[in-house]
Design a protein around this ligand. Structure first.
Ligand code: ZN
Length: 117
């Protein structure tokens, strides 16, 4: 099967939040190299902490989105997945799914989520 370039939105946001935590810790760890300079340490610690706080906010946002997402059974892998917006991908097998019957059978395009101009 050809590799699809799109992925499930909730999964995408979740991995973003995860990388934010990781970046936050790396930045805070970086402060060790500047321990001679208290101002730099303070800046690094603050930026690192902000990344971690930001990630917590993103996680909260995912929780909010999840409650608004529609739960469907994927026709491809028969697992329960969540669809966000008009078109989204299955969380498990990346099968394109749509809630709009007029888009059924059409080639997947993330642009369908944006309002028509
Ligand atoms: Zn699936």
């Amino acid at each position: 099967m050809a590799k699809k370039k799109y992925s499930n939105k909730i999964n995408k946001i979740r991995s973003f939040a995860l990388s934010l935590i990781f970046i936050g810790f790396v930045i805070m760890y970086g402060a060790i190299f500047f321990r001679e300079n208290q101002i730099l340490v303070l800046i690094f610690m603050t930026v690192g902490l902000l990344c971690i706080v930001g990630s917590t906010v993103v996680y909260g946002w995912i929780g909010l989105l999840s409650t608004r997402a529609v739960q469907v059974v994927c026709p491809n892998c028969s697992r329960h997945t969540k669809v966000l917006g008009r078109v989204d991908m299955c969380m498990y097998c990346n099968e394109p799914l749509t809630l709009d019957p007029t888009l059924e059978g059409k080639e997947f395009n993330e642009a369908y989520n944006n309002r028509e101009k």
